[in-house]
Design a protein around this ligand. Structure first.
Ligand SMILES: CCC[C@H](O)CC(=O)SCCNC(=O)CCNC(=O)[C@H](O)C(C)(C)COP(=O)([O-])OP(=O)([O-])OC[C@H]1O[C@@H](n2cnc3c(N)ncnc32)[C@H](O)[C@@H]1OP(=O)([O-])[O-]
Length: 578
């Protein structure tokens, strides 16, 4: 029995007859539904449920940016048997049912990530209030771990959304922002954050959210809220949904999409469709059991294990192991306004970096600038940003054909052709203009950073930053450190990449680095296959069936091979540094 005076992950507060359950996972950046958290949450909840003095409950987080990031992913890895996983899902469902069936109103006051099991908690609550800011997002990303929402999430999303919207969320695992969640009926009230420059603004916003939640729950205690009225379109949709022909059509369309996107290589989306079909045909009791069975089946697959390991890998690649850079980076100059150079500018200007985009001719510059403007205009069309945000973001971009203002730069990212002499010349010339602290990064997939820095006055400030096209879509950034590159230079390059939203691998300066080297071996194999008489089309089909995003032959045809041929291969040593 947990002693309520000894809670480590939950702070229990009271205001009048309202209980505030404040989640604050010990020693963690995020709240998760770990065993430790649940061992406190369940007794706290039972205590509040049975205390006649308590009339309403608020579940809120003390951590800025994180409501609850889901069930503890490490917990699945430690479980030994399928039965245990089935039981874990059943227990989760039972807790959510108890929250939902509580006679006292329970409000989820959400600021930050509300994902997976965290979203399932919120959906089980009677009322959801969410902070309308960038960090607040809702989603069931379990499919990306090779799983499905296993604590009643499939059922509650089906109840709250149209079939197509529910499928969209569960099958893609995508995150939606608070405003969209409100428009979809998943959130009841949006709270605008307090806008201010004071330092502890996030804590103040949590306090503000808490005060609104307290006011709301007091209102609900006095007068139960009327059920959300569905609009005409929603009513028509649910009537149509009663028709099995329409339902099956939507499910078969979703299945066809899954097959074309995954080639059937991932079991989770197919299981999700199966659970949803069973629910629609037989009701939620059967649906809940199907959900738990599917959760257990999936959690023991190699695919889930591999995807979970990928999650851990990605988390590692989001860390800066070199600490904090000596200086804050404010201004970036990008040399070369081609597709990649413009892409680097694109992912920098919305992170409040001041960007100077340079090219030798106005027409080259115009192309790069147009690429950026077009993408951001598209974001406005898709409601990803407002026109005010657009203007603010674009005001960070300065395009020029001269080396003016380079004395303000903290980092230069050169992205010109793969020509060693050209890159060396640019570095030497720019060293006349840039300040002493400025670091120089070369965007190269093959040329030696050591050689690029051969004539540099400060080679310890030279590094490789290899971006991938399209830069605004591909998350990976390969950072190449030469022997002479200083730790602060690496640390600075990593901090810039992280702020640009990249996941980062750091590799040694050896032929092909890491990514190009992998590609070379694939191409060597491809040449053997072609020599043996296989057709490029068949090779493409086979590689795609195996899981490649695009066929290997078509990749070769896209010009990558000729670019790769510029380097001196084969590799001599292991290139992974960290
Ligand atoms: C029956 C159950 C059913 C249920 O439906 C199943 C689920 O919920 S499945 C879950 C569905 N949920 C998901 O798939 C969401 C997974 N999480 C995320 O997508 C991101 O972490 C998040 C966006 C939340 C924050 O991003 P950010 O701000 O860049 O922060 P960060 O990424 O750097 O993480 C900081 C630290 O927290 C750790 N950690 C985080 N989440 C979990 C977790 N669930 N578990 C364990 N650990 C987790 C992470 O490893 C890292 O640890 P460390 O020791 O410091 O290296």
């Amino acid at each position: 029995m947990t002693d309520l005076q000894q809670l480590k992950n939950i702070k229990l507060d009271y205001e009048d007859n309202i209980a505030i359950v404040q989640l604050n996972q010990e020693n963690s950046k995020v709240n998760i539904l770990s065993r430790k958290m649940m061992n406190e949450f369940v007794p706290v909840f039972n205590h509040l449920k049975n205390d006649d003095n308590i009339k309403g409950i608020i579940v809120i987080s003390a951590k800025p940016g994180s409501f609850i990031a889901g069930a503890d992913i490490n917990m699945f890895e430690s479980v030994k048997s399928r039965d245990e996983l089935y039981q874990m899902s059943r227990n989760g469902q039972e807790i959510m049912n108890q929250i939902e069936q509580s006679s006292k109103p329970i409000i989820a006051a959400i600021a930050g990530s509300c994902l997976g099991g965290g979203f399932e908690v919120a959906l089980a609550c009677h009322y959801r209030i969410a902070m309308n800011d960038k960090r607040t997002g809702f989603g069931v990303p379990e499919v990306k771990l090779g799983l499905l929402p296993g604590a009643g999430g499939t059922q509650r999303l089906l109840k709250n959304l149209s079939l197509s919207d529910a499928l969209d969320l569960i099958l893609a695992g995508k995150e939606i922002k608070a405003k969209k969640a409100k428009a979809m009926g998943l959130v009841d009230i949006l709270v605008e954050p307090i806008r201010s420059d004071v330092q502890d603004i996030e804590e103040q916003n949590i306090e503000y959210l808490r005060s609104i939640a307290i006011r709301k729950v007091k209102e609900i205690v006095v007068q139960k809220p009327t059920k959300r009225k569905f609009g005409l379109m929603e009513n028509i949709k649910s009537i149509i949904m009663l028709n099995s022909y329409v339902r099956n059509y939507i499910l078969s369309q979703a299945q066809a999409k899954v097959m074309s996107q995954t080639q059937g290589l991932y079991p989770a989306p197919l299981k999700i469709l199966d659970v949803i079909q069973q629910t629609l045909e037989n009701g939620s009791k059967v649906g809940l059991n199907a959900e738990a069975e599917a959760f257990a089946d999936l959690a023991i697959t190699n695919e889930a294990k591999a995807l979970i390991s990928l999650f851990h890998g990605r988390t590692e690649c989001k860390k800066n192991k070199y600490g904090k850079p000596e200086r804050e980076i404010k201004t970036i100059a990008i040399i070369g306004a081609g597709a990649i150079g413009a892409g680097i500018a694109h992912v920098s200007i919305d992170k409040d970096f001041q960007v100077i985009l340079y090219d030798t001719t106005s027409s080259a510059l115009y192309h790069g600038q147009s690429q950026i403007i077009k993408s951001y205009q598209n974001y406005i069309k898709r409601n990803r940003i407002t026109s005010t945000e657009y203007s603010r973001i674009l005001s960070n971009l300065n395009c020029q054909t001269t080396f003016d203002n380079l004395e303000k730069c903290d980092i230069i990212i050169e992205s010109v052709f793969e020509d060693l002499k050209l890159k060396q010349n640019i570095l030497n010339e720019l060293e006349q203009y840039i300040p002493e602290h400025c670091i120089f990064a070369s965007n190269t997939y093959i040329l030696s950073i050591h050689q690029i820095a051969a004539n540099s006055r400060r080679p310890h400030k030279v590094i490789g930053m290899h971006y991938f096209s399209p830069v605004d879509k591909v998350e990976l950034l390969e950072i190449i450190r030469a022997k002479q590159t200083s730790d602060n230079t690496i640390c600075t390059a990593v901090s810039v990449g992280l702020k640009q939203g990249k996941i980062i691998i750091i590799v040694n300066d050896s032929p092909g680095f890491y990514t190009t080297r992998l590609l070379i071996f694939s191409f060597i194999e491809l040449f053997y296959l072609l020599q043996e008489g296989l057709l490029p089309n068949d090779i493409d089909k086979a590689t795609k069936k195996f899981g490649f995003h695009i066929g290997l032959a078509i990749l070769l045809d896209s010009g990558v091979a000729s670019r790769v041929a510029i380097g001196q291969l084969p590799p001599k040593s292991n290139s992974i540094a960290t």
